[in-house]
Design a protein around this ligand. Structure first.
Ligand code: ADP
Length: 647
């Protein structure tokens, strides 16, 4: 196409003046048109013309169009490229302009400028076609050698690239099929060259000269690639690297770092593809991913869809398609774990053990989903966690309170920026295995809205007949949820959607008596809080009567959550005292904290020398352990919120 003798261009050509880039015969360039004469040319010639001839224009490089059409034309570069305007796109933003897609046909030289306004037109002489007739026998031989040499370098260069990339394979074929004299122009526009170099190639009208000038450019590119491959190899030996030379579409003074960044990104895509191929995803998923990666390779990175597709593929790779933890269920051990972690709640623990025993015997449980129903803070979540612990599984809590959109469960379709997978798939990604314990917290707080009914989506998730091929809208391929152990919690069954309730076995978890709460506090909550605050029993002492005081005067709840919080507040206050005390000198004659004294005495006595705030006021180090009596309680938690109840 490029320098073919068959091309006959008109003898008069309208001229498009460009200064940013150089179009060579045989290559394509996108150029922006916004100066007066160039705009005129597009409007009156390209947009109004009806014949093929009218789409042929002369592209003059290295010459900028004056900013006003009254200004004189600058000196025109004498040699240009006759080009076919393939596409014209107009836009009014940020200012009126056109974007032209032009394909170079052949060189021409300006013989005479015929007119300057409204756009320049010149009488021209076609150059490339004449070339074939200008050299004698000797130079033809020399040219044969030169072109052979050029061809060899070109083949070497192309073969250094990844032939599995379709564009590279095509280029390799083109090297054999195109006339040799077209190759210098085409390769110059593909490899990394400056505008100045391109201009020199354009000006090299004699073929021999053109070959001579392009060979060093090819050699330079080959050496550059070799160097790049060497450094890459030492960095990451086993990864197959693709080094792609960039087509001439970009303006070639784009910085090298930008190009390298792009190459790196390209490498990332190759890595991603490798990960996809080696991952254990389902056949269906693999097919979709390979299709997407193919699209990704062709997509410019600036497209919003590029990031979307990439995120999608990365998620697909990360998902635990085939990764699971090994169940280690031993009923006796499970009983010990449950007893150790929780005081009281005998009925619940009994039912959980039965459930686990059946699981152990049947291996695959398609039974109902356990749903713990009870007031807040009675240990529903914490039992769920213990179940995961006894099974040796990962635990993940999915809060459903207030969820009113079914895409929260099932994900958004991947059609807009910001789409995400649903909570189930997200949870699987977080835990990284396909058989975790999922605690669906507060199923009674699911709401309905215009965005669909999340309960319906949840039904599908929980249905053992369906959930082996659960399809999240974002993934758009099935994921097997049958290995996931679901447990639900709720405060009441009244608001659980009936269809959902039907799938569940409800286990009531009633509130605790005061005695139970005291036991829970001393066996579980206080040791946990001490550990959380870095305290030891030698530093703080909370008598049972104080705990009872907290329960009756500071909390009013069925569970133990507020109690836990109050204990946390006490530990914080004591931690400050302990930390302060470590910096103060001991003054032994003060603050005889009534160790072992009955706390009741402190309440009845008017004097309260052991109060935690007093010791602070007097800047004395506290005596260990710091006893939390009612005065201390008042100092830390404020005055009691409720009247003492008769217990
Ligand atoms: P729920 O999920 O019912 O709202 P949580 O499981 O979050 O309650 O429990 C709140 C806190 O109370 C947790 O720290 C938990 O360990 C503790 N807790 C509740 N019941 C008991 C119990 N019977 N034994 C030990 N700790 C308990």
């Amino acid at each position: 196409m490029a320098a073919g003798s068959a091309i006959q261009i008109p003898t008069r050509l309208p001229l498009l003046l460009t200064h940013e880039s150089v179009l060579l015969p045989g290559s394509t360039m996108r150029t922006s048109v916004d100066s007066p004469r160039n705009m005129q040319l597009v409007r009156s010639r390209l947009l109004k013309g009806t014949s093929l001839r009218s789409t042929i224009i002369g592209v003059i490089p290295n010459t900028s169009d004056p900013t006003s059409d009254c200004d004189d034309l600058p000196n025109l570069h004498r040699i240009g490229t006759a080009a076919l305007a393939v596409q014209v796109v107009g836009s009014n933003w940020p200012k009126p302009h056109y974007t032209l897609l032009v394909t170079g046909l052949c060189r021409f030289q300006i013989l005479q400028l015929l007119k300057e306004k409204p756009y320049p037109v010149a009488e021209v002489q076609q150059l490339d076609r004449l070339e074939q007739f200008t050299h004698g026998h000797k130079s033809e031989e020399e040219l044969g050698e030169l072109s052979e040499q050029f061809y060899k370098y070109a083949v070497q260069l192309v073969e250094m690239l990844d032939m599995s990339v379709p564009a590279v394979a095509k280029l390799r074929r083109l090297l054999d099929n195109l006339p040799r004299e077209a190759l210098p122009d085409i390769l110059t526009s593909i490899i990394r060259t400056t505008n100045q170099e391109k201009l020199q190639i354009l000006d090299a009208v004699r073929l021999e000269e053109r070959f001579k000038m392009t060979i060093p450019l090819l050699v330079r590119q080959i050496e550059g690639l070799k160097l790049l491959q060497k450094t890459r190899k030492s960095k990451q030996d086993d990864d197959k690297r693709v080094v792609a030379i960039r087509p001439n579409r970009r303006i070639s003074h784009g910085s090298i770092t930008e190009d390298e960044e792009e190459e790196e990104d390209h490498d990332d895509v190759v890595m991603l593809e490798k990960k996809i191929r080696t991952s254990s995803m389902s056949e269906q998923a693999l097919k979709v991913c390979l299709k997407e990666i193919k699209r990704l390779k062709k997509m410019p990175q600036s497209m919003p869809e590029y990031a979307l597709t990439r995120n999608y593929l990365e998620l697909m790779v990360e998902l635990p398609w085939n990764k699971s933890t090994k169940d280690r269920l031993e009923i006796r051990a499970a009983r010990i774990v449950l007893d150790n972690d929780h005081y009281a709640m005998e009925k619940l623990k009994k039912r959980v053990l039965e459930y686990l025993a059946v699981r152990q015997l049947k291996n695959n449980l398609k039974g109902p989903i356990l749903c713990f129903v009870g007031p807040p803070g009675v240990g529903k979540t914490s039992v769920g966690r213990s179940i995961a612990k006894t099974l040796g599984r990962e635990f993940h809590r999915i809060a459903l309170g207030g969820v009113c959109d079914q895409s929260d469960i099932r994900g958004h379709r991947r059609t807009y920026v910001g789409s995400m997978p649903g909570r189930i798939i997200n949870g699987l990604k977080t835990v990284g295995v396909n058989n975790p314990v999922f605690l669906l917290d507060e199923v009674d707080k699911l709401a309905k809205s215009l965005q669909g009914d999340p309960a319906a989506a949840l039904l599908e998730v929980l249905d053992p007949e369906q959930n082996h091929s659960f399809t999240d809208h974002y993934l758009n391929v099935a994921f097997d949820l049958s290995q996931v152990l679901f447990i639900a919690t709720a405060n009441t069954t009244a608001t659980i959607p009936p269809a959902l309730l039907d799938r569940m076995e409800v286990i009531q978890v009633p509130g605790y008596t005061q005695e139970e709460k005291i036991e829970i506090a001393h066996r579980h909550l206080i040791p946990k809080q001490l550990e959380l605050h870095g305290l030891t029993p030698q530093q703080i002492q909370i008598p049972q009567v104080t705990t009872l005081g907290i329960i009756t005067r500071y909390t009013r709840e069925a569970g133990v959550r507020a109690l836990d919080r109050k204990l946390g507040a006490i530990c914080r206050a004591v931690a400050v005292k302990v930390a302060e005390g470590q910096h103060k000198e001991t003054k032994p004659d003060r603050a005889e904290v009534g160790e072992g004294e009955d706390c009741k005495e402190h309440i009845t006595e008017d004097a309260k020398p052991e109060s935690i705030s007093d010791t602070a006021d007097l800047a004395l180090p506290p005596e260990m352990p710091i006893l939390i009596d009612f005065h201390a309680l008042k100092d830390i938690l404020g005055p009691p919120m409720y009247d003492m109840e008769v217990t």
